[in-house]
Design a binder for this molecule. Sequence first.
Ligand code: PRP
Ligand code: ORO
Ligand code: MG
Length: 193
Amino acid sequence: MTDEEILHEFRASEALLEGHFKLSSGRHSGHYLQCARVLMNPERAGRLAFALAQKIPRETRNQIDVVVSPAMGGIIIGQEMGRALGKDAMFLERPDGEFHLRRGFRLEPGAKVLMVEDVVTTGLSSREAIAALAREGGEVVAEVALVDRSNGDADLGVPFYPLVDINFPTYAEDELPAELAAIEVTKPGSRAA
Ligand SMILES: O=P(O)(O)OC[C@H]1O[C@H](OP(=O)(O)OP(=O)(O)O)[C@H](O)[C@@H]1O
Ligand SMILES: O=C(O)c1cc(=O)[nH]c(=O)[nH]1
Ligand SMILES: [Mg+2]
């Protein structure tokens, strides 16, 4: 899929939101990519996952034992990546603030993991999830995401293959532009404040 075709999927599913958003990292933005809207159509979700699987170099793809994604945003695209790659898909949760595998999910020692995210902004959530999987006995060999909105700056410590780059500015709380500060803030994600 071309970048324009992917952007069309986001626009057509009303996933490109404008307003004032507090992001998972604590940074603020006038734009939010609501990937759940893109993924609510199973046929579209499957198509995007198939395109994302093509971004992974063949050698890396052949290494993958299992797919893991961080809840909530990563779950649907993680499941679809599992389908695209013919691998099991599990997810991490953080009910107490730190990511864990729950629900009977476990990794074989040394299992080669593909980490799957919906969006990467600063890479903080990805790094936390990758560290959690090391504690769980796995080895993350690469990460994929539907969207990289880090300007290519996120350092995940593993090779990273996003489907598309969509770069919107983000701001620290103490550097908000006046036009953003004038809009009431919402926090769409589920990380505890
Ligand atoms: O690269 P980062 O700066 O960490 O931001 C990206 C993360 O933020 C969102 O999750 P969020 O914590 O909002 O929760 P959710 O997945 O439940 O929506 C998104 O799903 C990524 O996990
Ligand atoms: O950084 C985030 O929390 C974030 C940004 C974005 O555009 N979409 C999303 O789901 N999360
Ligand atoms: Mg998330």
